[in-house]
Design a protein around this ligand. Structure first.
Ligand code: ZN
Length: 253
């Protein structure tokens, strides 16, 4: 898949988790947020429905200021990118729902002043994806049969580079804020089966896993890794490890 499209979809896919993180006290990366969310799916579903941009929301008492800063910075990056791309390639007729409306600070009410930003980050990511994929760049047949000029021009190469740079920065910020960037974190508790050290492995392109350095000596009911030096709990097995460790998921997010 196109690298920019993949990063845009990661941002959209993790956005609900970031919104939830803003309303949650900062936590260690253990247990993994994704797993806690899987076990509390109702919360995420509600948040996905709530797509108002952070810039238009009240945050009377955010519990995680770092996550809020990240969210606002990522919105700014993507919204500004959409402004830039629209200025360069958008040729839509008035009233076309595919148009990106730039913010207009002189508008009489805050929603109109926000332009398309009022639809939130999801929509902005989808719109940018359309430009990166050169969607709607062919002439369109109108009702009277005449050909109308395309609503968008093909994105020039320098703006494709600009989009790639901006989107990757935004993606990295979201993943870092959620502890999903590539990292290895020693867990506070030792292995319940052998007492050796446990390590959490997280990466942006997949779910986290945990390894025990006890390897063959460890009696845990988890497979050995390919070099047989460590026991590995992949995503599906993590609940079993967490149960053995006695971690309370109802408070840990
Ligand atoms: Zn072990």
């Amino acid at each position: 898949m196109n690298e920019v499209v993949r990063a845009l979809r990661t941002i959209r896919g993790q956005w609900a988790a970031l919104l939830l993180a803003i309303e949650t006290p900062p936590a260690d990366h253990w247990p993994p947020r994704q797993l806690a969310h899987t076990m509390r799916q109702g919360d995420d579903e509600q948040l996905v429905e709530d797509r108002a941009p952070l810039v238009l929301r009240e945050h009377p008492a955010p519990l995680n200021l770092a996550a809020l800063d990240t969210g606002r910075a990522v919105e700014r990056l993507i919204f500004d990118l959409a402004d830039t791309l629209a200025a360069a390639v958008q040729r839509t007729e008035p009233g076309d729902p595919r148009a990106w409306e730039c913010a207009d600070p002189s508008a009489p009410d805050s929603h109109r002043a926000a332009g398309s930003r009022r639809h939130g980050l999801h929509w902005a990511c989808v719109w940018v994806e359309g430009r990166v994929l050169d969607e709607d760049t062919a002439p369109e047949r109108e009702l009277d049969g005449a050909l109308a000029p395309p609503p968008f021009e093909v994105l020039p190469l320098h703006l494709l580079h600009e989009a790639r740079r901006t989107v990757r920065i935004a993606e990295a910020r979201v993943l870092r804020a959620l502890g999903l960037d590539r990292r290895e974190t020693p867990l506070p508790e030792p292995c319940p089966w052998c007492g050796d050290e446990l390590t959490l492995h997280s990466a942006p392109d997949g779910p986290p896993s945990v390894t025990c350095s006890g390897g063959r000596e460890c009696t845990a009911p988890a497979p050995l890794n390919s070099r047989e030096r460590a026991r590995v709990w992949e995503w599906d097995d993590l609940p079993e490890l967490i149960a053995a460790l006695g971690v309370d998921f109802t408070t840990a997010v």
